[in-house]
Design a protein around this ligand. Structure first.
Ligand SMILES: Nc1ncnc2c1ncn2[C@@H]1O[C@H](COP(=O)(O)OP(=O)(O)OP(=O)(O)O)[C@@H](O)[C@H]1O
Ligand SMILES: [Mg+2]
Length: 449
């Protein structure tokens, strides 16, 4: 009987089986078997050298003596993207860009390739999702540079790899990694086994030929990259493109970066001629901030740069048990914590009210420094009093479980950013504010001043 070309292996224990099982016969884990290409039989391997004892001994080299030629990064011409990448694309690196449908992944990568092509780099766009004509329509929106990008519309991995070898572009975009398929595997395109195999084989070619590759990937409803998390281990950088489709602001964040910090965030706005970088995001968010009850400006840190965003809260009587807790742009668990601290240490129980908290502009804030702004916005919304008269109130700080306000990183930069926009009254840790009650009183004082 011919040996099948693939095997199903458990991603938890490594058990291999010729057919798929819902539950791994080895470890009992559910839904962990993924299809993989069978490794070539040892007899076919190079002189049988894979067996232990027969291998060629390697000579370790001191790191100081390793030759590492300084390579210039490839600047994509999109400042925010370059910053998130840590100063541009590293030749031969593999970057995964994940994002929900319609967020602008193809737009961003097309524009980047356009700039690179204009700078004299050899580029290639592999479109598996859209026909060449559809990609052209988008490129027309983006301008003449994007139109000069060569494209292949293909979903067969073998054909794509065969194209990459002779073309040898400096930068290549695969849009998307989930639609490419390896004909040797029977799994449907986008299945765990397929995605892993596709990414792995592209990586081998990319590293060998020094092709910087941008893999576009879709995210699931839960927000994680569809397909296996193993993809995240495989690639050098994982970027996540986020935002709400209906909103104009989109943020690009580094989740993993082997060549730079993952603290950087790029802010973009979708316009009819493509994504526009928003360089001074704070200015927009502050100018749009209302002074109504429930609005507080948060001095947040987005990576290494300070960003002022408006946190809004709405507290309304509820008929539901339990009442609604809706959080947009902040973590639900953080909101629960702030509500509990407010009830226990701020004398403000909201157990019978619906609570909505949202960060304006579709921005997501993921840092403990947001707690105090959320608490102040909630208190002001619940009491129906505005916190300031002319300028919005600014705040930052972490709430501890005992009602204390804790210091957060980069206080001076947050303050400087607030001062830049004329927000001098910042409720923050230190400066006489030690507990939540102090902060609530401080906010009242700021109002009276
Ligand atoms: N003429 C236009 N003016 C303004 N915005 C537009 C225009 N055409 C498209 N867009 C925006 O571009 C988005 C689609 O961009 P793009 O195709 O790059 O997204 P994507 O992330 O690649 O989507 P998919 O997951 O379908 O591949 C739309 O959701 C819309 O917001
Ligand atoms: Mg797309």
């Amino acid at each position: 009987m011919p040996r099948s070309a693939t095997v199903f292996s458990c991603s938890a224990c490594g058990h291999q089986s010729p057919k798929w099982h819902g539950r791994c016969p080895g470890c009992g884990e559910w839904n962990s078997l993924v299809e993989e290409a069978r490794a070539p039989a040892p007899a076919r391997a190079n002189g049988g050298g894979a067996r232990a004892g027969n291998g060629r001994a390697l000579k370790p080299v001191a790191l100081a003596d390793v030759q590492a030629p300084a390579v210039d990064r490839l600047t994509t011409g999109i400042g925010e993207l370059d910053r998130v990448l840590g100063g541009g694309l590293v030749p031969g690196s593999l970057v995964l860009i994940g994002g929900s449908p319609g967020i602008g992944k193809s737009t961003l990568t097309s524009a980047a390739l356009g700039h690179l092509a204009a700078a004299g780099r050899k580029v290639l766009y592999v479109s598996g999702e859209e026909s060449a004509a559809q990609v052209k329509l988008r490129a027309e929106r983006l301008g003449p540079a994007a139109l000069s990008v060569p494209i292949v519309a293909e979903t067969d991995l073998e054909a794509v790899l065969a194209t990459l070898e002779p073309e040898q572009p400096d930068v290549c975009v695969i849009d998307s990694v989930q639609v490419l398929y390896d004909p040797a595997l029977t799994g449907a395109p986008g299945s765990v086994g397929q995605v892993r195999e596709v990414a792995g084989r592209i990586m081998r070619v990319a590293k060998e030929r020094g092709i910087a590759t941008l893999l576009v990937g879709h995210v699931t409803k839960e927000g994680s990259l569809a397909g296996p998390r193993v993809l995240e281990h495989l690639v050098d950088c994982v970027l996540s493109f986020e935002g709400e489709r209906e909103r104009t602001y989109r943020t690009l964040r580094g989740l993993k970066n082997r060549f730079g910090s993952t603290n950087e965030v790029g802010v973009f706005e979708m316009a009819d001629h493509g994504l526009v970088e928003v360089e001074d995001a704070s200015e927009r968010f502050v100018s749009e901030a209302t002074r109504a009850p429930g609005s507080v400006v948060l001095c947040a840190m987005e990576g290494s740069r300070p960003l002022l965003v408006e946190v809004q809260a709405l507290v309304a009587p509820s008929e539901l048990v339990p009442p609604r807790r809706v959080a947009n742009g902040v973590d639900r668990n953080r909101l629960a914590l702030v509500l509990a601290v407010l009830a226990r240490h701020g004398g403000l129980g909201l157990g019978t009210s619906d609570v909505f908290v949202s960060v304006a502009g579709g921005v997501r804030v993921d840092e403990p420094g947001a707690d105090l702004a959320i608490a102040l916005a909630l208190a002001s919304a619940a009491k129906g009093i505005e916190l300031t008269q002319d300028k919005p109130l600014a705040a930052f700080g972490e709430l501890g479980l005992t009602g204390e306000i804790r210091h957060v990183a980069h206080a001076d930069r947050r303050l400087a950013e607030a001062a830049k926009f004329g927000l001098d009254d910042v409720v923050r840790p230190g400066n006489g504010t030690r507990t939540l009650r102090d902060a609530l009183n401080g906010a009242k004082r700021a109002r009276a001043a």
